[in-house]
Ligand binder design. Structure first.
Ligand SMILES: Cc1cc2nc3c(=O)[nH]c(=O)nc-3n(C[C@H](O)[C@H](O)[C@H](O)COP(=O)(O)OP(=O)(O)OC[C@H]3O[C@@H](n4cnc5c(N)ncnc54)[C@H](O)[C@@H]3O)c2cc1C
Length: 388
C-alpha cells in the first residue's frame, strides 16, 4: 500500500460516508436485486464509471486507482453492483470488436450511467456448453428477428439491454453459427420473470418473441459469435471484475471472536483452534487477492488473462465456501441465524454469505470447467471433451 493508494482509499471511504446509505444493503438483501440504481447514478454523476476510459468514448479524469478503491469500499459496505460488473464485461468486449459508432453509443451510454447490460448466454438446455444455444436470430429487411429463451439473465430487471447469444446459422457446426446482439429490454416481444436463488440473489428468465433489432445491434460480425464470446468470457473472469469482490470473512470473524466473553472471561479467540482457522482463512484470502492482482498484471501486459482469470475465480470462490463453512462451525447454532433474526452474529451476514458462496462456484463458469481450462492451457493436459 503506497501513500498514494492509501490516500485514494481514504478518499473512497469518505465518498462512501457521504453518499452510501445503509438502507441499500437491506434493500439488496430483501429484494435479491444486486444492483442499486440510485448509487449507480451517483457513480455516473461523479465520473467514477468513466475512470480509465479514453475521453473519446466518454472517459473521465477520475483516476482508475480511486475508482478501484471505491468499488472495493462499496463491496466492503455490503453492496453488490452485478449489473455494472456485467456491463463492464460487455463494453470491454465492444471496445475490442465493435465498430466506432457502437463504441460511441454503447460505451459512452454506459459510462454516463444510461446503459446497463445483462448477459444473455445461458439457456434452459445450455450452460457450460454455452455454444449449444438455441435462441435464433433470422435476418429480415429491418435487421434481425430474435426468438428464444435465456435463463439466469442476472439483473435484467434493471438493465436497459441484454447481450444475447443467438444462432444465426443452423447449418454449420455449433461454434460457427453464433452471433451476439444487444437487445433492448423495452423492445416489444421482450419479457422476463424473476428467479430466486439459494444464495438470496434474484436472477431472471428472459424471453424473446419476434424481437426486432437493427443491424447496428449486431456486435462483432455475423457468425462471429464464438470469437466474440471468447473475448467476453476472458473479461468475465478477468481484471475488470476484481474490484467488485472484497472478501472479509476472516476479519469479520476475528472481530466477532474477540467479542463475547464466557463466565471465565475468555473469548472464542482464546481457543487456539478458532485462532488457527481464522489465520488459515486470512492466508487464503491473501492468496485470492494476489491471484486477482496477477490477473490485472497479465491484462496490463496486454495478454488475455484466460488461465489467470480461471485460477483466480476458482480459488476465490472455493476458498469462500471453505471459509463460510468454517465460520458456521465456529459460530455454532447462532451461525445459522439469517439477517433480520434477533441475535444473529454480524447481523446475519455469515449465514447469508454461506448460502451465497454456494452459488458463486457455478455462475461465471463452474469450478469443473475452470479446472479444465487450467489443466489444458496451463498444464498442457489432454482435452477431456472431443473437439467440435
Ligand atoms: C446466480 C447465478 C447467476 C447467473 N448469472 C448468469 C448471467 O447473468 N448470464 C448468463 O448467461 N448465465 C448466468 N448464470 C448461468 C451460469 O453461467 C451457468 O449456471 C453455468 O455456466 C453452469 O451451467 P448450467 O447451470 O447449465 O450447468 P451445466 O452446464 O448443466 O453443468 C452441470 C454440472 O456439470 C458440470 N459440467 C458441465 N460440463 C462439464 C464438463 N465439460 N466437464 C466437467 N464437468 C462439467 C458442471 O461443472 C456442473 O457441476 C448464472 C448462474 C447462477 C447460478
Amino acid at each position: 500500500m503506497t501513500d498514494e493508494l492509501a490516500a485514494h482509499r481514504d478518499a473512497a471511504r469518505q465518498w462512501v460516508v457521504d453518499n452510501v446509505r445503509p438502507a441499500w444493503v437491506e434493500e439488496q438483501y430483501r429484494t435479491g436485486v444486486h444492483q442499486t440504481m440510485e448509487l449507480h447514478r451517483l457513480l455516473a454523476r461523479d465520473g467514477i464509471l468513466g475512470a480509465g476510459w479514453p475521453a473519446a468514448h466518454g472517459g473521465t479524469e477520475v483516476v482508475p486507482e480511486f475508482a478501484r478503491a471505491l468499488h472495493s469500499e462499496i463491496s466492503r459496505f455490503g453492496l453488490a453492483a452485478d449489473g455494472w460488473s456485467t456491463t463492464l464485461m460487455v463494453i470491454n468486449t465492444i471496445n475490442e470488436v465493435g465498430t466506432e459508432s457502437q463504441k460511441r453509443e454503447y460505451i459512452g451510454g454506459a459510462l454516463r450511467g444510461e446503459i446497463l447490460i445483462a448477459l444473455g448466454y445461458t439457456e434452459p438446455e445450455s450452460g457450460s456448453d454455452v455454444a449449444a444455444a438455441k435462441t435464433t436470430a433470422v435476418r429480415n429487411e429491418a435487421g434481425w428477428l430474435i426468438n428464444g429463451q435465456k435463463l439466469f439473465t442476472s439483473t435484467a430487471q434493471c438493465c436497459s439491454h441484454v447481450f444475447v447469444l443467438a444462432r444465426t446459422n443452423p447449418g454449420v457446426p455449433k461454434h460457427r453459427g453464433l452471433s451476439l446482439f444487444l437487445v433492448r429490454t423495452d423492445d416489444p416481444g421482450f419479457d422476463l420473470r424473476p428467479i430466486h436463488t439459494l444464495g438470496g440473489q434474484q436472477t431472471c428468465a428472459t424471453y424473446y418473441s419476434d424481437v426486432q433489432v437493427p443491424d447496428s445491434a449486431l456486435i462483432g460480425g455475423v457468425d462471429e459469435g464464438w470469437r466474440v464470446m471468447k473475448v467476453a468470457l476472458v473479461h468475465e473472469r478477468g481484471s475488470d471484475n476484481l474490484e467488485f469482490v472484497e472478501t472479509r470473512v476472516s476479519s469479520d470473524l476475528a472481530r466477532w471472536a474477540r467479542g463475547p466473553r464466557d463466565s471465565d472471561g475468555t473469548t472464542p479467540l482464546d481457543d487456539p483452534l478458532v485462532a488457527e482457522r481464522i489465520g488459515r482463512m486470512a492466508v487464503e484470502e491473501e492468496v485470492a487477492r494476489l491471484l486477482a492482482l496477477q490477473v490485472r498484471a497479465t491484462s496490463e501486459r496486454g495478454e488475455p488473462p484466460a488461465v489467470e482469470g480461471a485460477m483466480a475465480k476458482l480459488f476465490r470462490t472455493e476458498a469462500a465456501q471453505r471459509h463460510h463453512s468454517d465460520a458456521l462451525d465456529i459460530l455454532g447454532a447462532d451461525g445459522i441465524l439469517a439477517p433480520g433474526a434477533p441475535g444473529a452474529p454480524d447481523a446475519g451476514l455469515f449465514e447469508a454469505g454461506f448460502r451465497s458462496a454456494v452459488v458463486e462456484t457455478i455462475r461465471g463458469g463452474s469450478s469443473e470447467i475452470l479446472r479444465e481450462i487450467i489443466a489444458e492451457r496451463r498444464l498442457g493436459l489432454p482435452r477431456t471433451r472431443p473437439r467440435q
